[in-house]
Write a protein that binds this ligand. Structure first.
Ligand code: NAD
Length: 435
């Protein structure tokens, strides 16, 4: 059975490549001609560990092909995954215009019955809208299925191939059977494929992301209490996470969450709450706390130097720009907020990211001094801020680091270093929520 994927970004390319690797013929489409050209030439337009090998394997054996034409997908595929972006609009709601355009284009060109699978994260009510968009464009039989994606950038391939669960939001048993069959190779260890109504599938995705974001914001708030009272959030985290009811994940205090999903999905859920007159107070507080947290590193710097004005002319080294390690994605990254604030205050910024640098250069251009290494970045710096916990930042040669800096001042936005060790080495050290 030939599968189609519309939108060949972080989710679409991983989806297409993994299904092709599992033996299906997959046609991936994207309206970005440059992206498709690169993929046809064997280059991967994004950084995602493990993806290159499977794309290469699947293209070589002819199972994975690429096109710029959604119409080609419409005429050749019975099951079509939609993985286009659903970015935030100014009021926080999800922008469904890319999805509408893609769905209508496919529906108009349909020559056979088809299943439209929503992989994009879409708000409550989208299922009904998509059904209406399709009905207005074709007389062919169709089903719409909600199949939200839960992969994490940086481990997207493994997450897709070993999902904790697969959600299939549909009213149709036949559609459920077909989608379940596709995922069967990935759930052989018994992880569930959950059939539910499309509305519950839509809510499940937003509720999951908002809950994870809430855990992070909760811990960030506890870090403020630690700082005020002399506690250490790392001890508190261990004290909490050893409780199996709480669990270990997403409870690290830091410089705030970013990325293409949590910020926009939290905002979209708040919007859905407002639209339905359901106050989502916890979700609203999560967003509020994160907006505050993204400014925490800047506030600490301002306080250290004696006010925003004192930052003028200071050289600040920013280590890590990607919103998390193992990705080149800088969407909503805390480092972007920090660099903007530093530039506004008149500081001169040098920056380094092992993978996301070229994306960051598109945002800041010549305003930032770009470096090729950790040590080059901190050269002559009055302070450094660690914002992304890349592995290569975990154990720098501290003596060389200290010698390279004009003043040995470290703002550790991910609590990578030991405060005691840093002080013993002669650094002025600021962590997040550390005594
Ligand atoms: P992305 O921006 O990387 O990719 C989207 C792609 O869709 C782009 O390449 C764009 O050119 C293409 N596109 C847009 N309109 C199109 C059209 N009409 N026809 C063909 N192609 C079109 O986005 P992403 O990060 O892969 O996210 C896609 C969806 O998946 C979003 O709804 C997102 O919320 C959701 N999601 C993302 C992640 C993640 O970690 N990135 C995880 C889970 C869910």
């Amino acid at each position: 059975m030939r599968l189609g994927v519309i939108g060949t970004g972080y989710v679409g390319l991983v989806t297409g490549a993994c299904f092709a690797d599992a033996g299906h013929a997959v046609l991936c489409a994207d309206k970005d001609a440059l992206k498709i050209q690169k993929l046809r030439e064997g280059a991967i337009p994004i950084y995602e560990p493990g993806l290159e090998e499977i794309v290469e394997r699947a293209t070589k054996n002819g199972r994975l092909t690429f096109t710029t034409s959604n119409i080609e997908v419409a005429t050749q595929c019975e099951i079509i995954f939609f993985a286009v972006g659903t970015p935030s609009q100014t009021d926080g709601s999800a922008d469904l215009s890319f999805l509408k355009m893609a769905v209508e284009e496919v529906a108009t060109a349909l020559k056979q019955p088809a299943i439209f699978v929503m992989k994009s994260t879409v708000p409550v009510g989208t299922y009904h809208k998509v059904c209406e968009w399709i009905s207005a464009k074709t007389k062919q039989k169709f089903e719409v299925v909600g199949n939200p994606e839960f992969l994490k950038e940086g481990s997207a391939v493994v997450d897709f191939q070993k999902p904790d669960r697969v959600i299939v939001g549909t009213k149709s048993d036949a559609a459920f059977e077909k989608i379940s069959e596709l995922y069967a190779p990935f759930v052989r260890q018994g992880n569930p494929i959950l059939k539910m109504d499309p509305t519950s599938a839509e809510i499940s995705k937003y509720a999951s992301n908002a809950f994870l974001a809430t855990r992070i914001s909760f811990m960030n708030e506890i870090s403020h209490l630690c700082e005020r009272t002399g506690g250490d959030v790392e001890f508190v985290r261990q004290g909490m996470t050893t409780d199996t009811r709480i669990g270990k994940h997403f409870l690290y205090a830091g410089a705030g969450y970013g990325g293409s999903c949590f910020p926009k999905d939290v905002k979209a859920l708040m919007h859905t709450g407002r639209e339905n007159s359901v106050p989502l107070r916890i979700v609203t507080a999560t967003e509020d706390a994160n907006a505050f947290q993204k400014r925490v590193l800047f506030s600490k710097m301002s306080k250290h130097f004696g006010g925003d004005a004192a930052l003028k002319g200071k050289r600040i080294a920013v280590l890590g720009i990607a919103f998390k390690p193992m990705t080149d994605d800088i969407r909503e990254a805390p480092a972007i907020v920090l660099i903007e604030a530093l530039l506004n205050a008149g500081a001169s910024v040098s920056a380094f990211d092992p993978v996301a640098q070229s994306n960051a250069q598109k945002v800041f251009g010549e305003k930032v001094r770009w470096s090729d290494s950790f040590l080059e970045c901190v050269q002559d710096a009055d302070a450094m801020a660690l914002v992304t916990e890349w592995n290569e930042f975990r154990n720098p040669e501290f003596e060389k680091l200290k010698a390279a800096m004009r003043a040995p001042v470290v703002f550790d936005g991910r609590n990578l270093y030991s405060p005691k060790k840093m002080r013993d080495l002669g650094f002025t050290y600021y962590g997040i929520g550390r005594n």
